[in-house]
Design a protein around this ligand. Structure first.
Ligand code: NAP
Length: 341
């Protein structure tokens, strides 16, 4: 250890429902010294993502929970500030699974070197990173929109949803975005150029969604669950495809809100309309399809056909508040913490 200080945010308590600031703890530690085969990373940008809510619970899932007292999990863009690893040099910028902290050691083979000349480094956390690839995999490999299909996605201004609609349009489909509030809806329609945007906070949201989908829904990319699924269900066309990507409305474990059990209606629709409902985690497709995604979406960003928005918050200590806000829709675009740019 050197005398310099590092900071990290650990899981202090497991939340019951909505996370509270007291579920997190900011700690100061020494900056660790890398040994042979290791690099020392200084975090520049930390990604905050909805999946982190699941890691706070001690519950069976596709990934291990963060232990109590453990550093919150997360991916970041970091600079190598000391290297005892033959493949990395001081000054290299990498994508790394550091967690919520200012400094981290790594000896991992999964560090990815980033070239800032190719795209702004923050895009590797959003549109060119895990969320972007998730959109690509769900649309291209499960949703498979056809020309003139109607594709609907919620959390449409976020990193997954924004790319879902744009990829649907590139396939010749009509993209309808659902977002929380008029400012987000204006962005989805005017900046991302979706064909329509509907505010799920409007009292007549189901009627507005029906009006925006006069020919029904052929692909519903499920990001949210809860009340939005209820509004989508009657609009689904026979043989509709439903990539089930996320259920953010349910992550805090507060149920559907109105006490209605939508499973019987869902199962009835599955059967009577021959729907395809397919859950997925992006890792399933990464090995085979990540390179094609980078080529296609990277080119789309470079020539301006694909647009994205980032919401950058300053300071590691702001991460818990920003994360809690994301679970309530307070972020506007890919949520990133600038730790030390
Ligand atoms: N399967 C996978 O491999 C995979 C990978 C990445 C992400 N995901 C999932 O994809 C979804 C989108 O993720 P993202 O990274 O693009 O994040 P994101 O869009 O930034 O997610 C946050 C947004 O979700 C919406 N939201 C939050 N609580 C809501 C609620 N109760 N009801 C309705 N909307 C709510 C809000 O948007 P509005 O204000 O517009 O409602 C909020 O801004 C999440 O469910 C995530 O877990 C899955």
């Amino acid at each position: 250890m050197t005398h310099a200080k590092a900071r990290q945010i650990v899981l202090a308590a497991r939340p019951h429902g909505k996370p509270q600031l007291t579920d997190f703890r900011l700690e100061e530690t020494g900056v660790p010294t890398p040994r042979a085969g290791q690099v020392l990373l200084k975090v520049r940008y930390l990604s905050l993502d909805p999946y982190m809510r699941g890691r706070m619970d001690d519950r069976q899932s596709y990934a291990q929970p963060v232990p109590l007292g453990g550093v919150m999990e997360g991916e970041s863009v970091a600079t190598v500030i000391a290297s005892h690893h033959p493949s990395y040099a001081e000054g290299d910028i990498v994508l790394a699974k550091t967690g919520w902290c200012t400094h981290a050691l790594s000896d991992r083979a999964d560090l990815r070197k980033l070239d800032p000349a190719v795209a702004p480094v923050t895009t590797w956390l959003g549109v060119l990173g895990m969320p972007g690839f998730t959109a690509y995999a769900g649309v291209r490999l499960i949703g498979t929109p056809q020309p003139r299909d109607t594709v609907v996605v919620a959390a449409a201004s976020g990193p997954v949803g924004s790319l879902v609609g744009q990829l649907a349009q590139l396939a010749g489909a009509r993209a309808v975005g659902i977002a929380g509030g008029s400012e987000k809806c204006a962005f989805v329609q005017d900046e991302l150029r979706f064909d329509a945007a509907v505010n799920h906070r409007a009292v007549d949201f189901p009627a507005q969604l029906a009006a925006a989908c006069p020919n029904g829904i052929d692909v519903y990319f499920e990001n949210v669950g809860g009340a939005i699924w209820q509004a989508v269900l009657p609009l689904l066309n026979p043989f509709a495809r439903i990539p089930v990507c996320g259920l953010i409305a349910q992550y805090n474990g507060v149920g559907q809100g109105d006490g209605t059990d939508w499973l019987p209606a869902t199962m009835r629709a599955l059967l009577s309309k021959s729907l395809t409902l397919r859950g997925f985690i992006y890792t399933e497709f990464a090995e085979q399809h990540y390179a094609a995604f980078l080529r296609e979406v990277g080119a789309g960003i470079a020539d301006g056909r694909i647009r994205y928005r980032e919401d950058i918050v300053d300071g590691l200590e702001q991460a818990p508040e920003a994360f809690i806000g994301m679970l309530e829709g307070r972020n506007f675009g890919k949520l990133i913490v600038r730790v030390d740019a």
